[in-house]
Ligand binder design. Structure first.
Ligand SMILES: C[S@@+](CC[C@H](N)C(=O)[O-])C[C@H]1O[C@@H](n2cnc3c(N)ncnc32)[C@H](O)[C@@H]1O
Length: 357
């Protein structure tokens, strides 16, 4: 299949994300990983990358649909993680034979049978806990926990297919890019980042709903699952129909649309945030995260995405407030750092001099 997707960064120059094929993952040869002392891991480029160049196509390790009224909603994604396409009712989508929850569906018989082993892992848990969690804790906590269960379900399927890949740390260290569970295992995120009350609430959720049991046979201890929640919360992406990170949007600005899914990506999660990003990102029709350069990027430059819709939080104070509340880090991007320096210089200028005192 050869499909052309246009990502519009400004109305005059459409960026062409060319021929996204069926290849699973793709990383541009100039894209490298390095470490920043403040931000941690980051993407850089080792050579010039021109505007419009595709830099990354990354398959999700786990995805959940985020839709209202799943029974009638054609935005519901196929549960087979190798597919993730829309499961359209009129094209004969299939619900779970055990009727676990209406949010689970497959676009075809092939996808359903391919996904049988992985889905079996989540099915009993969903049937038993989805209703009570939704009723007692609400949709956000349910989605967060289901994403954790789906991460564990993919790990479960990965262990069956290639058990060595889950535990062979020496071999994994030799790889340039980590794959599979090893990549998820190395995601940033720790309990220290979160408020005490938040950690306590997650600890209770782990104890009540996510510990190793017959309904959830993951074999990991409660501390590791709590750490996985912290990793998921620091690294998951909302999936939206239009691109995130366009700086010069058309007038009037076009937002990125309604969220239809949430996902965790092994490689895309290395990207740090910038309020002046040089990458736009958008999921393709299979839920793979696609990064495209939104301007020319010079050798050695950091490549950043925007973690939120820049059309919604335009001024400095609303950006900072949103980052602090939703992402829990003080932004150290080029724009925020230079605004900080300007602010400090203005404050110094406004202070009375010694002669005036
Ligand atoms: C999705 S991860 C990005 C990769 C991460 N740097 C790592 O080491 O794996 C998000 C985390 O990176 C850090 N980060 C990302 N963008 C940042 C920014 N603009 N300023 C400071 N820290 C940032 C924060 O710790 C944030 O919670």
């Amino acid at each position: 299949m050869s499909e052309v997707v246009y990502i519009t960064v400004d109305s005059s120059t459409p960026i062409r994300v060319d021929a996204i094929s069926q290849t699973p993952n793709w990383i541009h040869p100039h894209l490298i990983e390095s470490v920043d002392p403040i931000k941690g891991r980051q993407f850089r480029v080792s050579g010039l990358v021109l505007k419009g160049t595709r830099l990354l196509v990354d398959r999700p390790y786990a995805v959940i649909p985020v839709v209202d009224e799943p029974e009638s909603n054609d935005d519901l994604l196929c549960s087979n993680p190798a597919c993730n396409r829309r499961a359209i009712r009129q094209l004969g989508r299939l619900p779970c034979p055990k009727a676990c929850i209406p949010d689970v569906a497959w676009c075809s018989n092939t996808c359903q049978s391919t996904d049988e082993y992985r889905h079996e892992f989540e099915c009993t848990w969903l049937k038993r806990y989805a209703g009570p969690i939704r009723a007692k804790r609400g949709e956000y906590d349910f989605g967060m926990m289901w994403l954790i269960v789906r991460l564990l379900a993919t790990r479960h399927a990965e262990m069956r297919n290639s058990p060595a890949s889950v535990g062979n740390t020496a071999a994994l260290k030799a790889q340039l890019w980590k794959h599979g569970w090893a990549a998820i295992d190395s995601l940033c995120g720790s309990v220290d980042t979160w408020a005490h009350d938040q950690v306590r609430s997650w600890t209770l959720l782990v104890k009540k709903y996510l510990k190793h049991s017959l309904a959830l046979p993951h074999g990991l201890d409660a501390e590791r699952i709590l750490h996985l929640i912290c990793q998921e919360e620091a690294n998951s992406f909302g999936l939206y129909p239009r691109e995130t990170g366009a700086l010069q949007s058309p007038n009037p600005p076009v937002d990125r649309g309604e969220q239809f899914a949430a996902a965790v990506y092994p490689t895309a999660s290395i990207a740090n945030h910038s309020c002046v990003p040089n990458i736009v990102h958008k999921p393709d029709e299979m839920g793979r995260m696609v990064f495209v350069a939104s301007r020319d990027i010079l050798p050695g430059e950091e490549c950043c995405i925007s973690y939120f819709d820049l059309t919604q939080f335009a001024d400095r104070d609303s950006r900072r407030e949103h980052l602090r509340k939703s992402f829990k880090f003080p932004c150290q991007c080029q724009k925020c750092v230079s605004e900080e320096i300007t602010q400090e210089a203005t404050t110094l200028d406004e202070m009375p001099s010694i002669d005036e005192l």
